[in-house]
Design a protein around this ligand. Structure first.
Ligand code: RB5
Length: 152
Protein backbone atom coordinates (compact mmCIF):
# COMPACT_ATOMS: atom_id res chain seq x y z
CA UNK A 1 0.00 0.00 0.00
CA UNK A 2 1.38 3.43 -0.95
CA UNK A 3 0.53 6.41 1.24
CA UNK A 4 0.71 10.09 0.35
CA UNK A 5 1.21 12.41 3.30
CA UNK A 6 1.13 16.21 3.56
CA UNK A 7 0.74 18.92 6.15
CA UNK A 8 0.69 22.66 6.41
CA UNK A 9 2.98 24.47 8.88
CA UNK A 10 0.57 23.61 11.71
CA UNK A 11 1.01 19.85 11.22
CA UNK A 12 4.73 19.33 10.62
CA UNK A 13 5.50 17.59 13.94
CA UNK A 14 2.77 14.98 13.59
CA UNK A 15 3.58 14.49 9.88
CA UNK A 16 7.20 13.66 10.81
CA UNK A 17 5.95 11.27 13.52
CA UNK A 18 3.68 9.50 11.03
CA UNK A 19 6.48 9.27 8.47
CA UNK A 20 8.62 7.47 11.06
CA UNK A 21 5.67 5.12 11.72
CA UNK A 22 5.34 4.41 7.98
CA UNK A 23 9.08 3.63 7.86
CA UNK A 24 8.72 1.26 10.84
CA UNK A 25 5.81 -0.43 9.07
CA UNK A 26 7.94 -0.61 5.90
CA UNK A 27 5.25 1.14 3.90
CA UNK A 28 5.84 3.07 0.69
CA UNK A 29 5.04 6.76 1.01
CA UNK A 30 5.16 10.04 -0.89
CA UNK A 31 5.89 13.07 1.30
CA UNK A 32 4.53 16.32 -0.15
CA UNK A 33 5.77 18.57 2.69
CA UNK A 34 5.62 21.19 3.92
CA UNK A 35 8.97 21.81 5.53
CA UNK A 36 8.02 25.22 6.79
CA UNK A 37 7.52 26.99 10.08
CA UNK A 38 5.79 30.05 8.69
CA UNK A 39 2.26 30.34 7.37
CA UNK A 40 1.28 28.45 4.23
CA UNK A 41 -2.18 27.71 2.80
CA UNK A 42 -3.49 24.20 3.53
CA UNK A 43 -5.32 23.82 0.15
CA UNK A 44 -1.92 24.01 -1.58
CA UNK A 45 -1.03 20.75 0.19
CA UNK A 46 -4.43 19.06 0.42
CA UNK A 47 -5.26 19.26 -3.31
CA UNK A 48 -2.04 17.67 -4.67
CA UNK A 49 -2.24 14.90 -2.06
CA UNK A 50 -5.92 14.21 -2.75
CA UNK A 51 -5.27 14.16 -6.51
CA UNK A 52 -2.65 11.45 -6.02
CA UNK A 53 -5.24 9.31 -4.25
CA UNK A 54 -7.93 10.06 -6.85
CA UNK A 55 -5.52 9.25 -9.73
CA UNK A 56 -4.39 6.01 -8.09
CA UNK A 57 -0.79 7.16 -7.64
CA UNK A 58 -1.33 6.53 -3.93
CA UNK A 59 -3.76 4.10 -2.30
CA UNK A 60 -4.44 6.25 0.75
CA UNK A 61 -3.61 9.72 2.02
CA UNK A 62 -2.92 11.34 5.37
CA UNK A 63 -3.27 15.10 5.94
CA UNK A 64 -2.40 17.16 9.00
CA UNK A 65 -3.02 20.82 9.76
CA UNK A 66 -3.74 22.72 12.95
CA UNK A 67 -7.26 21.39 13.33
CA UNK A 68 -7.46 18.92 10.42
CA UNK A 69 -10.63 20.72 9.35
CA UNK A 70 -9.28 22.79 6.45
CA UNK A 71 -7.36 19.82 5.04
CA UNK A 72 -10.43 17.57 5.18
CA UNK A 73 -12.71 20.16 3.57
CA UNK A 74 -10.23 20.73 0.73
CA UNK A 75 -9.50 17.02 0.14
CA UNK A 76 -13.21 16.20 -0.09
CA UNK A 77 -13.54 18.57 -3.07
CA UNK A 78 -11.58 16.10 -5.21
CA UNK A 79 -13.73 13.52 -6.99
CA UNK A 80 -13.33 10.04 -5.56
CA UNK A 81 -11.85 11.20 -2.27
CA UNK A 82 -13.53 10.33 1.00
CA UNK A 83 -11.54 12.08 3.71
CA UNK A 84 -12.45 11.79 7.40
CA UNK A 85 -11.34 14.09 10.18
CA UNK A 86 -10.47 11.72 13.03
CA UNK A 87 -9.21 12.30 16.55
CA UNK A 88 -9.95 8.93 18.21
CA UNK A 89 -9.25 5.29 17.44
CA UNK A 90 -12.94 4.24 17.49
CA UNK A 91 -13.72 6.61 14.61
CA UNK A 92 -10.51 5.60 12.80
CA UNK A 93 -11.75 1.99 12.64
CA UNK A 94 -15.39 2.92 11.93
CA UNK A 95 -14.54 5.27 9.10
CA UNK A 96 -12.68 2.50 7.26
CA UNK A 97 -15.36 -0.13 7.92
CA UNK A 98 -18.37 2.10 7.24
CA UNK A 99 -17.19 4.92 4.97
CA UNK A 100 -14.30 3.27 3.08
CA UNK A 101 -12.30 6.46 3.60
CA UNK A 102 -9.23 6.77 1.44
CA UNK A 103 -7.91 9.83 3.26
CA UNK A 104 -7.46 10.69 6.92
CA UNK A 105 -7.11 14.19 8.37
CA UNK A 106 -5.88 15.08 11.87
CA UNK A 107 -5.24 18.28 13.78
CA UNK A 108 -1.93 18.85 15.53
CA UNK A 109 -3.50 21.46 17.83
CA UNK A 110 -6.08 18.87 18.88
CA UNK A 111 -4.15 15.64 19.55
CA UNK A 112 -0.58 14.62 20.33
CA UNK A 113 1.79 12.49 18.27
CA UNK A 114 1.16 9.30 20.30
CA UNK A 115 -2.57 9.28 19.65
CA UNK A 116 -1.97 10.26 16.02
CA UNK A 117 0.24 7.15 15.58
CA UNK A 118 -2.44 4.90 17.11
CA UNK A 119 -5.13 6.43 14.89
CA UNK A 120 -3.05 5.90 11.76
CA UNK A 121 -2.23 2.28 12.70
CA UNK A 122 -5.90 1.44 13.29
CA UNK A 123 -6.98 3.27 10.12
CA UNK A 124 -4.38 1.46 7.97
CA UNK A 125 -5.32 -1.96 9.34
CA UNK A 126 -9.14 -1.73 9.22
CA UNK A 127 -10.99 -2.88 6.09
CA UNK A 128 -14.19 -1.73 4.43
CA UNK A 129 -17.25 -3.86 5.14
CA UNK A 130 -17.76 -4.84 1.48
CA UNK A 131 -21.17 -6.06 0.39
CA UNK A 132 -22.86 -4.55 3.44
CA UNK A 133 -25.42 -1.77 3.85
CA UNK A 134 -22.41 0.55 3.98
CA UNK A 135 -21.55 -0.26 0.37
CA UNK A 136 -25.04 0.83 -0.72
CA UNK A 137 -24.44 4.18 0.98
CA UNK A 138 -21.02 4.71 -0.59
CA UNK A 139 -22.53 3.87 -3.99
CA UNK A 140 -25.16 6.58 -3.42
CA UNK A 141 -22.44 9.13 -2.67
CA UNK A 142 -20.46 8.11 -5.77
CA UNK A 143 -23.57 8.27 -7.95
CA UNK A 144 -24.43 11.74 -6.63
CA UNK A 145 -20.88 12.94 -7.22
CA UNK A 146 -20.80 11.58 -10.78
CA UNK A 147 -24.21 13.10 -11.64
CA UNK A 148 -23.23 16.46 -10.18
CA UNK A 149 -20.12 16.53 -12.37
CA UNK A 150 -22.11 15.61 -15.47
CA UNK A 151 -25.17 17.83 -14.92
CA UNK A 152 -24.15 20.43 -12.32
C1 RB5 B 1 -3.52 27.50 10.11
O1 RB5 B 1 -3.47 28.67 10.81
C2 RB5 B 1 -4.78 26.73 10.40
O2 RB5 B 1 -5.89 27.49 10.03
C3 RB5 B 1 -4.74 25.44 9.65
O3 RB5 B 1 -3.64 24.70 10.05
C4 RB5 B 1 -5.93 24.55 9.87
O4 RB5 B 1 -6.25 24.37 11.19
C5 RB5 B 1 -7.11 24.91 9.07
O5 RB5 B 1 -8.16 24.27 9.09
Amino acid sequence: MKIVIASDYGGVTIRKEIISLLKELKMDYIDLGCDCSTSVDYPDYAFPAAKKVADGEADRGILICGTGIGMSIAANKIQGVRCALVHDTFSAKATREHNDTNMLAMGERVIGPGLARDIVKVWLEASFDNGSRHETRINKINEFENNQLLHG
